[in-house]
Design a protein. Sequence first.
Length: 145
Amino acid sequence: MESVAKILVVEDNALNIKLFCDLLTAHGHECEPVSDSRDAIDAARRFAPDLVITDIQLPHVSGIELMELLRADEALGKVPIMAVTAYAAQGDDERIRAAGASAYVSKPISVLRFAEAVEQLLDTASRDDQLSGNPVPAPNEPSGA
Ligand code: MN
């Protein structure tokens, strides 16, 4: 069963905002769009997203800078980030991942690939939550073993 997630979308292009939010809501998720990346950190603190999707090519605060700010934030540092980029040149993959992205999707997006990447990140995040929230006790070692 797919769980409902809160997803913050940082994207300066209105058509992409509509496309991404339509896709996310079609999968039952709640989409919070932010078109000006300077507002993204405040919006993220308010909205407490389960996942952040960010464009890389953004005016003012680039997607790379935004990911670094998110990663450095105490409350938001562990929220998974999916980057979306139009120009994936050689080396970009590493640069994007080094900045904190858990996954990235190239534009123009494949609807299927986009949806798969979102669900995969949410699955991984909820598994990690369960692991950290309900630690499985270590089996008792027989004494003297
Ligand atoms: Mn852009």
